[in-house]
Each structure stands twice: as C-alpha cells, then as structure tokens.
Write a protein that binds this ligand. Structure first.
Ligand SMILES: [Zn+2]
Length: 330
C-alpha cells in the first residue's frame, strides 16, 4: 500500500511554493479554491505558533493587546505534496522583546480554520510539511480542553506532559516506514514548558491555576468536531487522561516527526461535571472562553518571544535515523 505514495515523499518533492495574495484582503482567510497570484519560497523560521480554539474570535496576533509583534504577511498559501494549505501568517517579534535582543520571525496558522469550508483532519500533515520545509525547531500550539480529572477546573491552564491517542496520527510525514525512529517519550518539551508556565503564572487570573508539566498530566486526544460524550469522557479518564483535546495528537506527533520541540498552551472550558451531567444540554462553560482567550493569546506571544531562536534541546534527538539496511534490505 505504500507504493502509490512513493513519488510524494516529502524529501523527494520538488521545491516548495508559497502562494501570496496581492491586493487588499479585508478578511482573515482565503476562500477555498481561490486562485493564487504568485510564487516564492517558504520563509525560513525557527518557530511556529499554531492557534486554535484558545484564540477563537481574535485575529491572531493583530487583535491581541501585546507590544512588539507585527504581522509581516497574511493570507499566505503553500502548495504541498498533500494539497494546498491556506491562511498562513508570517509574524515578527521586535528585538526589544526577544530572548537574544534580535528580531525574529515565526509562521502562524489557525489549525481549526484549514480548510475553512469543511472538516479535514489531514490539514495538520500539510501544515507540518510547511513547517518542516521552513526549518521550524519549536512549535507552540494553542487550544482549549475539557477536564476529566475532577481537580482541574474550568479556567485552569494545563501544560500536560503526555498524550493518549490510540491510533497515533494517521497522517504521518515520515519518509517511509523504516527510515526514522520517533520516540514517544518527552512528547511535550520540558524546556519550552518551563518558559510557558513561568510566563503564564505572571498573567493568569489568581482564581484559576496553571498546572505545569511537573504535574505529569495527560491529554487524551479525540478528533472532533463533535464534543466528547459522557461515555467517552469516562473511557479516557479510565485510561489515565486528565484532560481531553481535539488537536494535540497530530500537532505533538508531527512536531516529533519534523524534529521540533512541542508545547501546548491550553486552558479548560469544560469540567468533569459538565461532561457527566446528561440533563444539561450544554457542555462548555461559555463564560470562560471570552475571558481567557485574550490572556492566553498574550501568554502565547510572550512565551514565543522568550523562547531562544536557536535552541539546543534533547527533544531534537528523539527522532533518529535508522541504519540504511533496514529500509534497503527486505
Ligand atoms: Zn525541546
């Protein structure tokens, strides 16, 4: 079954294209199928920010009240071996706010928004193919989560240490089955998590908590978009999950597959009792999201600014090439 993919391996693909939009586009996205205007190379950046439900309703970073970040380009599209990926932004952090005192750039993409007109769980493979070609070494990913651990409350931030996704991601980017070994250990980067948690604890509301990676919490992944049923929530809880997330598994797994560090910036919008109450029609605590989306977005930008531009991290050794004979001799 692998034969039909042979010509589409990422490492064999012809040079990547970036398709940029000219003219004034008032909207935050390009309609699916809209023509692309010109081609150039994927920007070379060390950092990516994947936005999601944690930033819902905000143009990120334009609407975020945070000094020192500007959008250099928006509505960027790229052709990949798996199809086109749209709605990218190139952002720049001013030298005054970065770890090294030098300006740096990042690619930014709204994961729930690609494509915008239908559900396509393979969107992450296209996105991370772009990040691989960009040379990204650190991925910061924003989302909202549900808690199945009774001690974790709506409004809490959780930087989990591990994930459960029983099928792993079906959308691998590895060039062949036996070329690389990808470890499942340290799926969340402890170095990035330390920067995120230190930043979040300075900004997060005092009445809510920031659960750091040292608590060793576990995120169960379920693709959605349907929200989790009470029975599914209990099943994940029984398997050892503390929180549930609709986007973390492909983001974490594909970060590992491109050799990048991964850290999730996520806060709770539904608690255990919200999942279990079958008489209550609603799952999400609607007041949590608008209150915290701006704070979470600021925390994400400040964390991204503080992450080193050229990190040395043990995560990068957790994708390792296999001896050539394992793929050539069979
Ligand atoms: Zn790392």
């Amino acid at each position: 079954m692998d034969g039909h993919r042979r010509g589409r391996r990422p490492d064999r693909d012809p040079s990547p294209k970036i398709l940029t939009e000219t003219g004034n586009m008032p909207t935050n996205h390009r309609a699916a199928g809209a023509p692309a205007d010109q081609s150039s190379d994927i920007p070379q950046v060390g950092l990516a920010i994947i936005t999601g439900s944690a930033n819902w309703g905000l143009a990120f970073p334009e609407d975020v009240e945070f000094e020192g970040v500007r959008t250099l380009q928006r509505d960027m599209s790229f052709e990949t071996p798996f199809g086109r990926t749209d709605n990218w932004k190139l952002i720049e952090f001013d030298a005054s706010i970065t770890a090294e005192g030098k300006a740096k750039r990042a690619l930014c993409m709204y994961s729930h928004g690609n494509p915008r007109d239908h559900i396509d769980h393979s969107c992450h493979r296209r996105a991370f193919w772009v990040l691989m070609r960009a040379g990204v070494r650190q991925v910061l990913s924003c989302s909202t989560i549900g808690a199945v651990n009774k001690a974790i409350k709506p409004g809490d931030m959780v930087v989990n240490a591990d994930i459960i996704e029983l099928t792993q991601t079906p959308f691998s980017l590895l060039p062949g089955r036996q070329s690389f070994d990808c470890s499942g250990k340290q799926i969340v980067c402890p170095r990035c998590a330390a920067v995120l948690v230190e930043t979040a604890r300075r900004h997060w509301p005092a009445e809510c908590r920031v659960h750091g990676i040292e608590q060793q919490l576990v995120a169960g992944h379920c693709y959605g978009p349907r929200l989790t049923t009470p029975a599914e929530a209990l099943a994940f809880r029984n398997m050892g999950a503390d929180v549930l997330n609709h986007s973390i598994a492909p983001e974490a797994t594909l970060s590992r597959e491109i050799g990048a560090c991964f850290v999730p910036c996520a806060f709770v919008t539904a608690g255990f009792n919200d999942y279990m109450d079958r008489n209550r029609q609603q799952l999400l605590q609607e007041d949590v999201l608008p209150n915290l989306s701006m704070t979470a977005s600021r925390v994400a930008l400040e964390t991204a600014a503080r992450l080193p531009a050229n990190p040395e991290c043990s995560c990068h050794g957790l994708k390792s090439p296999q001896p050539e004979e394992r793929s050539s001799r069979f």
